[in-house]
Ligand binder design. Sequence first.
Ligand code: M6R
Length: 614
Amino acid sequence: MCGIVGYTGKEQAYPILINGLKKLEYRGYDSAGIALEQENKIVVYKTKGKVSDLEEMLKGKNISSHTGIAHTRWATHGEPNSVNAHPHLSASGKIAIVHNGIIENYDVLKDTLIQDGIALKSETDTEILVNFIEKVKEETGKNLFEATQLALKRVIGAYAIVLMDIDMPGTLVVARKGSPLVIGLGRDGDYIVASDASPIIEKTKTVYYLDDDEVGILMPGEEMVITTLNNERINPKLTELDLTIEELEKGGFDYFMLKEIYEQPKSVYDSMRGRINTEQKIIRLGGIEPYENHILESDRMIIVGCGTSWHAGLVGEYLIEELARIPVEVEYGSEFRYRNPVIRPRDVVVGISQSGETADTLAALKLAKEKGALLLGICNVVGSSIARETHAGVYTHAGPEIGVASTKAFTAQVTVLLLMALRLGYLKGTIDRERYEKLLYELEKAPELIEKVLQTDLQVQQIARVYKNATNFLYLGRGVNFPVALEGALKLKEISYIHAEGYPAAEMKHGPIALIDENMPVLVIATKKGNYDKIVSNIREIKARKGKIIAIVTEGDKQVAELADHIIEIPEASEELSPLLATIPLQLLAYHIAVMLGRDVDKPRNLAKSVTVE
Ligand code: M6R
């Protein structure tokens, strides 16, 4: 939520900052702004809208500078306009700040500023923060770095901030609590900082992931200094990025979302790579291996997540209960953290998150940790907050996901959950050898099968054309495909803005059936394995009420084909594998409808990729 970039060094800052913002725009696109240090002053340009609007605004302006900070915003405090856009300047105009997060005690800090007669221009908590830091600086006579340490001790909330001060030319001060910040160490002694590694990779692969309650000072050509808020020096552990520039580009696709849908054969393969010994038929999940006995002896697993990751958790519940016979509960991070949940030391709590930064999931995990549970993480972003908060975990290795609508992250999460369920079932002896080997074999074949499902794209596009003007959609599935129905509905909602609901097919009779008429498209996942007859009955019920049926069926299906208005065939596979296949046409359907309606597929309105505020 919000993307921040900062640069200081020998090069021109503007191109680095603007290109960095473009890479971070998935994090928020309500407004964009930049602050540049120029001849003893800081100039700020900001505008409502996207980074391209900022670029347009800056045409013909003097943008020459070697130190600057920039921001792309997802609005929290105050409407998205140019006044509320970041960077914010302190009252004296000497200090500029960009901020990602929320300052919870902003009203207390604001009162102290008002008492000092400081006039605030915007409605943001960030402007309060920069003025509060300036107040501490003036009152204590400290420099920006020291004043930031002191001021942050009195700040409650989440932040990743980058500051510059005219009194410290060429210097950036950075700090973090709860929101991510990565520092890239350039070869020429320059520094580039950002909310994630994507703006950094072109300049350097050597980074430091700033930790909570750390403050840093970056001066070109000088060693970076990282301290705690109490000014205790920290020895920063540097990391080498395992990321390529190609992974961050569209590679000929119109949208990142489509690229990411098409990447799924590879991303699913990557999430299994090195984890299956085909000859010995053994799964190894190195990250959690030391904790396997603990997991096997646990009373239950609680999976927490939000949005798509929560849906993957529901698939995981089905898979782990079915194959490993461990009781599983799936919780929304936001609900779990606030309802005083019963958590016992013999519980294993699993956080699922693509970004690894989702505030509610992170807070839920911290709560579970306090209560003594073992924490496992299933994250995509290496080194993310959730990955670091958990005792152990399994990375999904899906590669960077830029489209706001999650696609390849979901299938990678499901793959990891299936590997986990199979591994635990194997160790526990709750799955017989024949079934284990069959599922393992099919899982290894999944990338090929997904490749085949992607060939339905043109057909899905034709179906999209028929229903693009529908105002409502219903998605139905049973068993392990019920969460897939939820996921399909979420994809359509978030990128096309068409209202869609996912339901367990049998629940339809308990209410939603009242909605069905000749204008209601109903997407039904009706694969051969698992409750097929029951779903066929559900389809008949829809048909009897003139609903339009789009069915995802197993190749060669005749029965549903006769009833449905449209069918999309997916290859035959065990029920446990079907979410990996059935979800693909649902992603494509949402994508094509959104494109046909002229939506900004990768940056749907009101959304941000990484939700670092609750
Ligand atoms: O990064 P996370 O997996 O924790 O994100 C959770 C949700 O915000 C995310 O899945 C969201 O629902 C997506 N926009 C769905 O496509």
